[in-house]
Design a protein around this ligand. Structure first.
Ligand SMILES: [Zn+2]
Length: 251
């Protein structure tokens, strides 16, 4: 007579399970730490601003723009682009000065009081709704608990702006562009790698937070084909990136 019992016989178990017991299989661990990325666009409005406005609505991501007063007031189209920014809930507007130093930075920063006046003119003329500032040509930070200068020139001006109530934001990573064509220099994959490296090596200003600098003129070839869309899609696919406004930057 054969008796069936509910337990698994030892011999049977050993025969059927051929997986070696003491070899640890490699576990691919997905990084689930939430990373905050702050995409910032400088120098607008310019050709390309319309695409940025469109893009962030489609992608539903938060970005910051740092605008130049002279660019806004240069013609009707640029005024309209600025209005697009003002009416876009995904965009936070900051101040990038009225004149952009006319690209003569060293001379501009010799007179901190004139730098403050230049920012104040931009602030008033455009009715900029935040007190966020970014210095033309300088990566300098002045927040409650962050003080950073890339070089000395501009440091006194950054101090003066901070004393006048501005929060001065620099950046962790720049997506560089060709001065003539406006085209991005690094590829999308290079940028993704650079962003991940900065975050993983904890060399951003704040851990798990990364401020990316780009410029309006880089993405004027239509959103669907743009490198910016590719970058955003690749970061989104990782599943642990949050696209945030600088108003939530930890400080
Ligand atoms: Zn600039």
């Amino acid at each position: 007579m054969i008796f069936y019992c509910g337990c698994v016989h030892r011999e049977q178990n050993e025969d059927s399970d051929r997986t070696p017991k003491n070899i640890a299989l490699p576990i691919v661990k997905r990084d689930t730490t939430l990373k905050h990325i702050y995409i910032t666009f400088d120098d607008g409005p310019l050709e390309g601003s319309e695409d940025i406005d469109d893009a962030v609505r489609q992608e539903k991501i938060n970005v910051n723009v740092f605008v130049v007063g002279e660019h806004v007031l240069s013609d009707t189209q640029m005024k309209n682009y600025y209005k697009l920014y003002e009416n876009n809930p995904y965009i936070e507007i900051g101040n990038h000065s009225f004149t952009h130093a006319h690209d003569h930075y060293k001379r501009f920063y010799l007179k901190p009081f004139a730098v403050v006046a230049d920012f104040q003119k931009c602030q008033t003329d455009l009715q900029i709704p935040t007190d966020y500032a970014r210095l033309p040509g300088r990566n300098q930070w002045r927040l409650k608990n962050i003080y950073y200068n890339d070089i000395r020139s501009g440091a006194s001006s950054a101090d003066s702006l901070y004393r006048h109530g501005y929060k001065v934001f620099g950046w962790d990573v720049e997506w560089q562009h060709d001065g003539e064509t406006g085209d991005p220099i690094q590829t999308v994959d290079q940028m993704v790698a650079l962003i991940e490296k900065k975050l993983n090596t904890r060399t951003t200003m704040r851990q798990n937070n990364l401020v990316l600098l780009a410029h309006d003129e880089m993405f004027r070839n239509g959103w669907e084909e743009s490198e910016l869309k590719q970058l955003i899609d690749k970061l989104k696919a990782k599943g642990n990136y949050s696209f945030d406004h600088l108003s939530s930057y930890p400080n």
